[in-house]
Design a protein around this ligand. Structure first.
Ligand SMILES: [Zn+2]
Ligand SMILES: [Zn+2]
Length: 255
């Protein structure tokens, strides 16, 4: 499994892109940096996008992407997410006001976009992977994903404050290889992290205390661009070899 970091930040500025991971060229976790990063030929290879929640920094490039697909895809790209997220995509994004409803474009019979509501806790199979959505703590309904394949298991936290349910599910999953964990604000902004459902280096460490890590690396992402230097300095000060702050365009080979 090759994981490419298309977007690793909780905001956008030149040199910073919003959250998006590409798995083996064909599946995205979140859609914050698809058209911002990839050439059209690579965008056309993506068959499935799994959304963690409806916040703009995670869905931004999904509408922009669909516009490029017309005339180039025989089957729709499928956007997966919990019911609340898909309702927001339906009512607030592809509503023919903010963006056209590409679920009927170019035709109702052969559209470029389809929605698929994810069950919670119950695994679905997609592209040969077993994928589970686990609820986490954020102001809007949000999930983390546990993805299992021949390579083992990886997990994405999505945006979340402190949580227990996700760690319980990860701890019960065999062959854990990597955890992608959100980290947004520096410790000096703990109050903001707490009210907005995010983590600081301090709460990252208390969350990792709940994880049966089994040697897995923890990849930190979703750092807010305006405070990123402070957050990175605080992570360095922790001196933990298993922590890695994701950088754009890195590729991790999980075997
Ligand atoms: Zn976010
Ligand atoms: Zn969010």
């Amino acid at each position: 499994m090759k994981i490419r970091v298309l977007g690793a930040h909780g905001g956008e500025l030149p040199g910073f892109r919003t959250t998006c991971f590409l798995l083996d060229q064909k599946l995205c976790v979140d859609g914050g940096a698809i058209t911002a990063t990839l050439k059209l030929e690579d965008i056309l290879k993506i068959d499935d996008i799994f959304l963690t929640h409806s916040h703009f920094d995670h869905v931004k490039d999904v509408p922009l992407m669909t516009d490029l697909l017309v005339g180039h895809r025989k089957t729709p790209v499928v956007v997966h997410g919990p019911a609340e997220t898909m309702e927001a995509m339906d009512k607030d994004v592809f509503n023919n006001r903010v963006w056209p409803d590409f679920r009927v474009i170019p035709t109702k019979e052969k559209p470029v976009l389809a929605f698929d509501v994810m069950p919670i806790h119950k695994p679905v199979t997609c592209q040969g992977l077993k994928i589970r959505a686990i609820p986490v703590h954020h102001p809007v309904y949000s999930v983390g994903y546990i993805i299992e394949g021949k390579f083992g298991a990886i997990a994405f936290s999505g945006d979340t404050g402190p949580t227990d349910e996700l760690w319980r599910a990860i701890n019960a999953t065999p062959n854990l290889k990597a955890v992608f964990l959100e980290l947004s604000f520096p410790n000096t902004m703990q109050w903001l992290a707490d009210i907005s459902g995010h983590l600081t280096p301090k709460t990252v460490m208390s969350e990792i205390g709940k994880l049966d890590r089994r040697g897995a690396k923890v990849y930190l992402y979703h750092l807010k661009p305006a405070v990123i230097d402070e957050v990175k300095a605080e992570v360095r000060a922790l001196k933990k070899d298993f922590l890695h702050v994701c950088e754009l365009d890195e590729v991790y080979n999980i075997v």
